[in-house]
Write a protein that binds this ligand. Structure first.
Ligand SMILES: Cc1ncc(COP(=O)(O)O)c(C=O)c1O
Length: 360
């Protein structure tokens, strides 16, 4: 999807479609009136199937991290938490949990790989809650959530899942995973502007105290009155844009959308392979290559990134320890086959210039 002269492969915020952007300029509804209530209701009903679960959905005005903290504050409080930390966002789950939990055990691996299954199994003994990122955006690995969720539920361990960069692009199975809560992001595969966090709670049991603004029980009781409301003034234009994005998603169809994301990621991986570019992620037994973010290695990644940007193509670099070491291209929301071909052809040209300058 293009915006001006730019094609964005940034793993969120993506460029929303023109229709979604137009929704931002709709007149403000009264947030305590029927019009907003209907809008909120529609958003909730359209988001539920994307979480793959029946449960309570609320939408917080705040970025996805607000949603993560709202879930972890309540479910991790005073408990023994295990977090899978094999990338930046797993690390964030551990950091947030450490503010509320009795103890946090990190099951770690080098970023770009997943930890051994037996280490996860060993850590789950005696744990109360597992916090895990479905799709680790910083490395381009989709965790095998069917397997991980079974390991947790076999041991009676509760589960909170970050589905920020998978929801709307890869199937999320909240019911199958028996998750307590799942937290989504709107600015990635949902194709909406950033600033809202949809949270699904499937089971409220064990949800303790949370910071005032992030207390999900307040959001839920405001949503359950005669009119569906939020406890605090909602970011109204963002709600309108999210509704427009969800309408587009449902008119495409969820199956078709997941397949399209899968096809775009395959095209990108195949094209990179043809260019002789090595993928970065080596997922191991707890994961697979992501269909929404592809990480890869090139000589002088930051130079390559800047050269691509000069030609109007935006891709992301590495984060944390991967800064300056890898590049990441997202195939989220509206990225097309034509966009990918353009990226691959420009990348090919840039790489041949760079390698011809490297003395042998
Ligand atoms: C997997 C994942 N979790 C959490 C976040 C944090 O989202 P936000 O910056 O919207 O708070 C991101 C952002 O990239 C992400 O990719």
């Amino acid at each position: 999807m293009t915006s001006g002269f730019k094609i964005s492969f940034i793993p969120g915020p993506v460029n929303p479609s023109p229709r979604v952007m137009r929704a931002l300029s709709e007149p403000m509804p009264y947030h305590r009136g029927e019009e907003f209530s209907r809008m909120y209701e529609e958003i909730v009903e359209r988001v539920k199937p994307l979480f793959g679960a029946e449960g309570d959905v609320v939408v917080i005005s705040g970025s996805s991290t607000a949603g993560l903290e709202s879930a972890l504050a309540g479910f991790a409080r005073g408990r023994n938490v295990v977090a899978i930390v094999d990338g930046k966002f797993g690390e964030r789950l551990a950091e947030i949990s450490s503010l509320y939990a009795k103890e946090v055990t990190m099951v770690r691996s080098e970023w770009g790989k997943t930890p051994p299954q037996e280490e996860l199994e060993a850590s789950l003994g005696g744990a109360d809650l597992l916090a895990v990122v479905h799709n680790e955006t910083s490395t381009g690995i989709e965790h095998d959530m069917d397997l991980i969720a079974d390991l947790a539920s076999d041991r009676g361990v509760d589960l909170v899942v970050d589905v920020v960069s998978s929801i709307g692009g890869i199937e999320v199975k909240g019911d199958r995973w028996r998750a307590k809560a799942l937290v989504g992001g709107v600015q990635k595969c949902l194709g909406a502007p950033p600033g809202l966090a949809p949270v699904m709670v499937r089971d409220w049991e064990g949800y303790g105290r949370a910071p005032y603004y992030l207390d999900l029980t307040m959001y839920q009781s405001s949503a359950m009155g005669n009119l569906r409301q939020t406890p605090f003034t909602p970011a109204l234009p963002l709600f309108a844009a999210l509704r427009a994005a969800l309408r587009e998603i449902h008119s495409e169809g969820l199956e078709a959308r997941f397949l399209r994301h899968c096809r775009m990621a395959e095209l990108l991986r195949e094209g990179l392979e043809e260019l002789g570019v090595e993928l970065f992620a080596l997922p191991g037994e707890l994961g697979r290559l992501s269909d929404t973010v592809t990480s890869f290695m090139v000589p002088n990644p930051e130079v390559v990134r800047r050269e691509l940007a000069k030609g109007g193509i935006l891709i992301a670099g590495g984060q944390g320890p991967l800064r300056g070491k890898i590049l990441r291209a997202a195939t989220m929301a509206g990225v097309t086959e034509g966009d990918i071909q353009l990226l691959l052809s420009q990348l090919g040209e840039i790489l041949s210039k760079i390698t011809s300058k490297v003395p042998s």
